[in-house]
Write a new protein. Structure first.
Length: 254
């Protein structure tokens, strides 16, 4: 078999190597004279229409099968060389990767938010209506129940409904303000706590100032929070030490 113009490369040589010896034997044993070639040509022409007979020749002449195998292998190698020489078609560019937006980080506050115990002022205990009965405690119960259960949205609705009926009840505005803090509504909490501060008695005064400081920090006003904590730190109260410690955690430049 005639090698290509640029010669066999290493991979092609390894593929043809098993057939080299068989091909050499075939060539040495079956060299045809000019007379034999002419006879073979006439025979092929005569039997061209008889394909089964041609197939029989292949099966009865092993050297022809071996030569055909070599030709097939060489043809496969040429096909491979052609495929490797062709440039790869341009593939469509992959769609750009869209990075998922990272969820926003939750703000970090230095003043912790804890749920206060429920209590009522002396004024609430002695409240009397025109009918000389005390409906305030009964009216507060649904709001207190929601607040105690951690249903701050429900508590906020209940306290809002009580505002026009009990505008002098510190319980309504104080616990409404705390509920709004748990709902991340710092401006709403400040509005409620400001209203509570105006009508507060000694039972709620400390609590209102503490939660107002918490609301100020969450509203982005740490200076106001520090001012309130400073006043609580100086008060004669068992909770003053806690206010002083909280004041140390809230830097002036925050």
């Amino acid at each position: 078999m005639k090698p290509p113009a640029d010669g066999w490369d290493r991979e092609e040589q390894e593929t043809l190597a098993p057939f080299q010896e068989a091909l050499a034997v075939i060539r040495s044993r079956h060299a045809l004279s000019e007379h034999d070639k002419a006879r073979l040509l006439r025979r092929i022409q005569q039997e061209d229409a008889q394909r089964p007979a041609r197939a029989a020749i292949l099966w009865t002449q092993p050297w022809l099968l071996a030569a055909a195998g070599v030709v097939l292998v060489a043809g496969g190698i040429f096909l491979l060389r052609d495929l490797r020489a062709r440039p790869l078609p341009d593939l469509p560019a992959p769609p750009p990767t869209v990075a998922a937006a990272a969820p926003p980080l939750a703000p970090v506050y230095l003043l912790a938010l804890h749920k206060p115990d429920l209590k009522v002022s002396p004024a609430a205990l002695t409240y009397r209506s025109a009918a000389k009965v005390n409906p305030l405690l009964a009216s507060l119960k649904p709001a207190f129940d929601a607040f105690r259960a951690g249903d701050y949205a429900g508590a906020n609705r209940e306290f809002s409904a009580l505002e026009p009926r009990y505008p002098k009840s510190v319980e309504v505005f104080f616990y409404q303000g705390v509920a709004r803090l748990f709902l991340a509504d710092a401006p709403g909490a400040i509005a409620s706590l400001t209203a509570a501060e105006k009508i507060a008695d000694s039972a709620f005064s400390w609590d209102i100032q503490w939660y107002r400081a918490v609301a100020d920090e969450r509203a982005g006003n740490p200076a106001a929070a520090r001012e309130r904590l400073g006043r609580l730190c100086l008060r004669a109260d068992t909770r003053a030490a806690g206010a002083c410690d909280a004041l140390k955690t809230l830097p002036a430049g925050k």
